[in-house]
Design a protein around this ligand. Structure first.
Ligand code: GLU
Length: 361
């Protein structure tokens, strides 16, 4: 009995010491377990600079290099091991299909690296919705890819870039953001890269999703409320590693008194699909219908979308799509429809298949 106690007492003391050591070591352990996030910079206002702090709307985009951008937000080091890559230094209206493919291929390489937990893409806000949807369609990964921009340059009063970048890195490094498709973080909100669109070109609450944001990011913590149901990333049938070039798809904007010859320009310069940014429910003027039927007979796909913000084009309403062999973009706005057409046409030119893809993605 006496012998048993003499063994048990030092053992208990050892266990207590071990527990205390482990507890003391936990914060250090947590620190070394910070996620590895790569920031791929492409330009835009988040890398912009103005002449004075009062210039919130007049400035030059795409000026500040990625390392300077990262250095300007020292708080990033508290939440992730961050490193930067400069993919481009452009205003996002100058993105081309070639640049999208180049960016997609680089991101696909990064997410394959076991040492990378997530990727942030800094981007101009003008075509951010196009790039985020494109990446959502073609990158096979469950790791978070977060596209971010800002509405004011870093030199402006109340610049929004620093917090947006910090929030984007939080989301890119979080386990909760996995398998949710490509995300867009702006103004405290987490949006699906598929749904989000730029609604206003001045204020910081510029980004909006018709079906609502997926979540919020507040003080370094994510809060989630919904999931996207459309197919994306790891489940997508499109893979950037098998895509070398996107198809040419062009948008023609409809209005009263429009000139039907606008469609000819797209057709004669090589468009494989024309996105009709239609009035209302993707409606087509009576004097334009024949033009679109003729172009379809020449093999060019006609995709009816709506120029109405939050428009929804229904098949065989307004126009007999089955009869004319046209496609409807449903809830995709014209610029999103252009991206999906450019990607889908790398795989099929069958109109039924294309319509199936438009319902699914
Ligand atoms: N037009 C520029 C761009 O899209 C600046 C707009 C912005 O980033 O907010 O890159």
């Amino acid at each position: 009995m006496h012998a048993a106690r003499s063994i048990a007492q030092p053992f208990a003391l050892f266990s207590a010491l071990l527990c205390a050591t482990l507890l003391a070591a936990t914060p250090a352990l947590a620190q070394t377990a910070k996620p590895n996030v790569v920031i791929v910079a492409t330009g835009g206002t988040i890398a912009g600079a103005g002449a004075s702090s009062a210039n919130s709307a007049t400035y030059q985009a795409a000026k500040v290099p990625v390392d300077q951008l990262i250095a300007s937000v020292p708080e990033l080091a508290n939440i992730a091991n961050v490193r930067g890559e400069q993919a481009f230094q452009i205003a996002s209206e100058s993105f081309t299909n070639e640049k999208l493919v180049q960016l997609g291929r680089r991101i696909a390489q990064l997410v394959k690296d076991p040492a990378v937990d997530g990727v942030v893409v800094t981007h101009g806000t003008d075509t951010l919705e196009e790039t985020s949807y494109f990446l959502n369609l073609v990158i096979h990964t469950d790791k978070p890819i977060v596209v971010v921009g800002s509405m004011r340059p870093g030199t402006a009063m109340s610049a929004d870039g620093a917090l947006n970048l910090y929030d984007a890195a939080v989301v890119a490094g979080s386990k909760e953001a996995r398998s949710k498709g490509v995300l867009v973080v702006m103004n405290d909100e987490i949006h699906s890269g598929r749904d989000v669109t730029k609604r206003i070109n001045i204020k910081t609450n510029a980004f909006f999703s018709q079906w609502g944001p997926l979540g919020l990011v507040v003080e370094g913590k994510t809060y989630w409320f919904r999931l996207p149901v459309k197919t994306h990333t790891a489940q997508s049938e499109f893979d950037i590693e098998r895509i070398t070039a996107l198809a040419d798809a062009q948008i023609v904007y409809a209005s009263g008194n429009m000139n039907p010859a606008m469609y000819d320009t797209a057709a004669t310069t090589g468009a494989k699909a024309i996105i009709h940014a239609g009035t209302g429910n993707g409606s087509v003027a009576d004097y334009v219908v024949e033009k679109l039927k003729t172009l379809r007979a020449r093999g060019i796909h006609i995709i009816r979308s709506a120029r109405v913000p939050d428009g929804l084009v229904l098949r065989n309403s307004e126009q007999p799509d089955d009869k004319y062999d046209w496609i409807v973009a449903h809830d995709l706005n014209p610029q999103k429809a252009r991206i999906l057409a450019a990607v889908a046409l790398t795989k099929t030119s069958d109109s039924r298949e294309l319509q199936r893809i438009f319902w699914q993605y």
